[in-house]
Design a protein around this ligand. Structure first.
Ligand code: HEC
Length: 106
């Protein structure tokens, strides 16, 4: 059962750009509580379309609170053909904020 959970992200990774930056996301995925994992994976897919995920990590290290995180997600979602649905803004914000709180508690 557990291995199946692995297959999906690994396949997506293989299909993706093969970008080295995604490994950091995978490591965080492993750390994420069950409740966060699906949203974290969603964030990885949505936020890696147009630029490196490193960019996202860098910003999260600067963000002070959940509103800061949401601001960026909304900004990105508004871009033409972002592929980010309005109802995905909250789950993505939640997953990214999970990382921010752990990384950067204030
Ligand atoms: C439609 C393409 C697209 C998608 C999808 C996208 N971004 Fe971006 N992002 C950009 C572009 C273009 C820039 C740089 C230009 C700019 O700053 O306006 C950027 C810049 C950034 C920056 C640098 C700071 C800033 O605001 O300019 C961060 C952080 C960021 N994106 C986070 C995200 C996150 C988080 C997601 C997922 C929710 C995401 N991006 C999805 C296009 C995208």
């Amino acid at each position: 059962m557990t291995w199946r959970l692995w297959v999906v992200p690994v396949l997506l990774l293989a299909l993706g750009a093969g970008c080295a930056a995604t490994t950091r996301w995978d490591a965080e995925y492993e750390r994420a509580p069950q409740a966060v994992r699906a949203d974290w994976d969603l964030a990885r897919r949505r936020c890696s379309r147009c630029h490196s995920l490193e960019r996202v990590f860098l910003q999260l290290e600067l963000d002070n609170d959940r509103d800061d995180v949401r601001w960026t997600v909304e900004d990105m979602a508004r871009r033409p053909s972002s592929g980010i649905a309005p109802q995905e803004v909250e789950p993505i914000t939640g997953a990214l904020d999970w990382y921010r709180t752990r990384q950067n508690p204030r």
